[in-house]
Write a protein that binds this ligand. Structure first.
Ligand code: GLP
Length: 248
């Protein structure tokens, strides 16, 4: 596990984008796993700027997003499909038919989840999975639980997540109660993983997830067992972990 405390949020965005661009340059047809949330917005902006300058291309890449709210139409401004179009896909040279987000509007959970796993397999698996970190340690929408869910599944969102994410909706009542998410097994099967976390409100969970016990109560803690994981945090999110850093 590589644990890097970057110099600033901007430095984190630049370094995280550089790592993703390394994968795209080494294999332009690589399969990227992508995340939503506030944290990756800056790094997506960097990817957009670098693509505009011709420094990186997405035209052969395939992407799979981690998760989607159940019941939200792709045109809903808080849907993760809308988020990805707005922050990345509409501004880079990607073939949108090769960008996958779980079909939140489809109520047939079994079919949505099984076909998502099949599509990932058919693409050859995920080369590089980007992750944010929920304040309760969730990754994707894998909430604290008694066991690690393996494959893509439907989840009941925790009260913490509903409250955290309500800032983006008109009211807390508007936050969907369910989501589709890749499972922990889906995420762990990615050949490499990059986690980004930013802000003082993430400092405690960063320490707990990456330097505490591995437990399904802190879903991100399983990443301690991943053979190729980089964690990049800004100084505020890394405040309790200075003794662990592997900066080079
Ligand atoms: C959502 C997403 C997660 C994301 C998390 C953290 O719940 N499902 O994938 O990591 O939010 O978001 P933020 O970066 O806004 O703190």
């Amino acid at each position: 596990m590589e644990f890097i405390i970057t110099d600033s949020p901007m430095d984190m965005n630049v370094r995280a984008a550089a790592l993703i661009e390394d994968y795209l340059r080494a294999d332009p047809a690589c399969v990227l796993g992508l995340a939503t949330g506030t944290t990756p917005i800056g790094l997506y902006k960097k990817l957009v700027d670098d693509c505009a300058e011709g420094l990186v291309h997405f035209d052969q890449a395939t992407t799979f997003n981690l998760d989607e709210y159940c019941g939200l139409d792709p045109r809903h401004q808080q849907s993760y499909r809308y988020f990805m179009n707005k922050h990345l896909f509409d501004h880079v040279d990607i073939d949108k038919s090769k960008t996958f987000v779980p079909e939140g509007i489809n109520k047939d959970a079994h079919s949505v989840c099984a076909s998502y796993e099949q599509a990932i397999q058919a693409a050859g698996g995920i080369d590089m999975q980007l992750l944010g970190l929920g304040s309760n340690g969730h990754i994707g929408f894998n909430e604290p639980a008694e066991a690690f869910p393996v494959t893509t599944h439907q989840v009941e969102l925790s009260d913490t997540t509903i409250k955290d994410n309500s800032r983006l909706f008109d009211s807390i009542e508007d936050v969907p109660r369910r989501a589709y998410t890749m499972g922990i097994g889906t995420i762990m099967a990615a050949r490499s993983v990059l986690v980004v976390a930013e802000g003082a409100h993430k400092a405690a969970i960063v320490k707990e997830a990456f330097f505490g016990p591995v437990t399904p109560q802190v879903p991100a803690s399983i990443l301690q067992f991943h053979p190729c994981v980089s964690i990049m945090v800004d100084p505020a999110a890394g405040a309790y972990c200075k003794e662990y850093l592997t900066n080079r």
